[in-house]
Design a protein around this ligand. Structure first.
Ligand SMILES: [Zn+2]
Length: 481
């Protein structure tokens, strides 16, 4: 058996890890051919970053799409799922296996990604046309995103599922977003059983809406995320208090707008839930709150369908409030003209909109329009890759920033709240893993999904906690287990 790390290797996006298992009996492919090398792709994520810079990395998969038998999807975030329609386009016809909530979220998120690509490519090709350079095609279109959904098979948490004679799969709740899972594989090869656990992204011990990450069976090999391998977060209660303080300061005292760039799926619902809670407690000032993102609106519908999968706090709230993602002063906006109208209004308000790293979407327009207003606040609530606009506006000495080709003076207050992170910090991750694993029983640990500085530090923390055989694979690196 071997694993090849094809993405999110010493970086945070593009998660793709290819496991190849030898099967004596083999499996029959959709074309009726028996094959003995079974190829299982853990996640099929898109590289995300600045504009078209990641386009080439996304096109070079590092494998033949038609050779893949299974894609096991840890969760629906695009950096883990975004290339599924692309490999479909390239000939992949195997099964994509994930939880039901992940499937439902993918159905809206992959189409949204196809739509964004179409816009980006149109803009890029116009520029190339002017420069007499070759044009490009999007990675996939909306039809391909739709067709790829037919390959999905869903299984619930904690229900073992046999892929073939040699491989059994179990998905356990990783607490990172609705439907997210740790992928547990039990592989029998040459008379030996090898147990692999792939964390996907790991959530926090205490989330506002999600259950904490659940124990997973003992593994021999661990592929572990490391986004916050060098950081500790504030606790969640503090972030609720702080959010309340920021709303009062910006919208009541300064009468400005509070802009919250947020991932449409997961983070947005968490923030809305906390605002809903503050509203129920009578602590939210009487100002309008807008969720300005069509994808967020659709994703919130899916969260409402799966409220039984959310944590006890949500269940308690629902005993007296049947919609934990809605309150009187909250408006969900899909119409582009209503979105534009927000820019012309002087009324203090909260605008929650995508994307979380400020790389695209309606929030970029809101930020461009308000970043030079000292009464406004831009509140960063999630991880931003170093080169993203979200990260650039946070640089302490930066005074100007370019958005849509125009320079803007930064006068708005830029604030960060870490308590809303969807990723556990290193202490939470180590406590969680040590809590369900015999650490000395894990033979090798592969760190993925982290910036190098974070991974180096995480490796030291893991070593101190008794983990051994810790490796940080390079992109393309292959290990034989
Ligand atoms: Zn994620």
């Amino acid at each position: 058996m071997k694993i090849q790390f094809l993405g999110a290797a010493r970086e945070v996006t593009g998660s793709k890890h290819l496991i190849t298992v030898h099967s004596d009996k083999g499996v029959i492919t959709p074309k009726g051919v028996r094959k003995h090398d079974i190829r299982i792709l853990l996640d099929c994520g898109m590289y995300q970053g600045k504009g078209m810079e990641t386009d080439l990395a996304n096109r070079e998969l590092g494998f033949e799409a038609r050779d893949i038998d299974y894609v096991i999807l840890s969760h629906a975030h695009i950096d883990h799922s975004g290339l599924i329609p692309y490999i479909y386009r390239k000939g992949f016809r195997g099964n994509v296996i994930c939880t039901p909530a992940t499937r439902d979220l993918c159905a809206i998120m992959l189409q949204d990604t196809a739509y964004i690509q179409a816009q980006d490519v149109r803009w890029y090709n116009k520029k190339m046309d002017r420069l007499h350079q070759p044009k490009i095609e999007p990675l996939y279109d909306i039809n391909q995103a739709e067709q790829a959904m037919h390959l999905f098979i869903t299984i619930d948490y904690d229900r073992p599922y046999r892929l073939c004679d040699e491989v059994e799969l179990l998905l356990t709740n990783s607490g990172h977003m609705l439907g997210s899972a740790v992928v547990n594989l039990r592989i029998d090869e040459n008379g030996e059983t090898k147990r692999i656990a792939y964390t996907g992204d790991l959530g926090r011990k205490q989330s506002h809406i999600l259950c904490s990450p659940q124990p997973f069976p003992q593994c021999d090999y661990l592929i572990c995320e490391s986004t916050y391998g060098n950081r500790l977060h504030d606790d969640n209660l503090v972030s609720e208090e702080e959010l309340c303080g920021i709303v009062e300061d910006t919208c009541v005292y300064k009468k400005g707008k509070l802009l919250i760039p947020s991932f449409s799926v997961g983070r947005t619902q968490e923030i809305v839930y906390v605002l809903n809670k503050l509203y129920n407690d009578g602590r939210l000032p009487k100002i309008k709150v807008y969720v300005d993102s069509p994808l967020s609106v659709n994703a919130t519908h899916i969260f409402r369908m799966y409220t039984e999968a959310l944590n006890e706090d949500v269940q308690d709230t629902m005993r007296f409030d049947d919609d934990p993602f809605g309150f009187n002063t909250l408006r969900y906006i899909t119409d582009i003209n209503q979105s534009k109208a927000l820019n012309n209004s002087d009324e203090p308000c909260i605008i929650i909109s995508a994307s979380g790293m400020l790389e695209a979407g309606r929030i970029k327009h809101h930020v461009a329009n308000h970043i030079s207003d000292p009464n406004c606040t831009i509140l960063i609530v999630g991880y931003c890759t170093p080169q993203s606009l979200g990260a650039r506006i946070q640089e302490p000495k930066r005074q100007w920033v370019s958005i849509f080709g125009y320079d803007h003076k930064i006068k708005a207050q830029i604030t960060k709240l870490e308590g809303f992170s969807g990723h556990g910090d290193y202490r939470e991750m180590i406590d969680y893993i040590s809590g369900c694993q015999q650490v000395e029983g894990i033979r090798r640990v592969f760190l993925v999904h982290g910036e190098e500085s974070s991974q180096d530090e995480y490796k030291d923390h893991l070593y101190e906690a008794g983990f051994r055989g810790i490796e940080i694979p390079q992109k393309g690196e292959e290990v034989v287990l």
